[in-house]
Design a protein around this ligand. Structure first.
Ligand SMILES: CC(C)(COP(=O)(O)OP(=O)(O)OC[C@H]1O[C@@H](n2cnc3c(N)ncnc32)[C@H](O)[C@@H]1OP(=O)(O)O)[C@@H](O)C(=O)NCCC(=O)NCCS
Length: 150
């Protein structure tokens, strides 16, 4: 992707998202999460949850654009809980493969931390270099995650 401008960052919430093209974000994440991606329908569900006004749901969708093209996106889901469970989960973050290493991922994570209140959990595969980004942003990993997959 050829770009000439620095990105603009937009934050969409349950209250303010009428201008968001959800399909554009789904397509972007589907293509740029690389090996760490999910099915389109799972990404779509995550956006619906993030923008839900229902009690205990919600979150935010952050989009970085250059020349009308998405160069980065991040989705947060609220858990509806607090204290013993973090208030938020950072579910997806990806930067266009041609735009990595320029600070877009860091800016998206920083905006995410400023947008929601409470703690933010995320999971990342041990070999994913995205760990460096999270650690530089102050995330720590005290726990191992186990799942009973069904
Ligand atoms: C992870 C990802 C979002 C990072 O986006 P990015 O725009 O390239 O990251 P940034 O340029 O903002 O880098 C932020 C910091 O993390 C570090 N970092 C980012 N990617 C790194 C890598 N592959 N190896 C080492 N350090 C890395 C940078 O050095 C930078 O540190 P600095 O500020 O001290 O220089 C991007 O690589 C990506 O989309 N990966 C594929 C999808 C993915 O893995 N998502 C996370 C799933 S859990």
């Amino acid at each position: 992707m050829t770009t000439t401008e620095s990105p603009t960052y937009k934050i969409y919430t349950p209250q303010h998202n009428s201008e968001l093209d959800r399909n554009q974000v789904i397509d972007f994440l589907y293509h740029h999460l690389d090996a760490y991606g999910d099915k389109r329908e799972d990404i779509a569900k995550c956006i619906v949850y993030a923008l839900s006004l229902a009690e205990g749901k919600g979150g935010a969708v952050l989009v970085a654009k250059e020349n009308e093209n998405i160069v980065g996106a991040l989705i947060l889901n609220n858990t509806g809980m607090s204290g013993y469970i973090p208030e938020n989960i950072l579910v997806y973050v990806a930067v266009h493969s041609s735009q990595r290493g320029k600070g877009v991922g860091k800016k998206l994570v920083k905006l995410a931390t400023e947008t929601v209140s409470g703690s933010i959990a995320l999971h990342v595969e041990p070999q994913n270099p995205a760990r460096h980004l999270y650690e530089k942003m102050g995330f720590t990993n005290k726990y191992l995650e186990y799942r009973l997959q069904r």
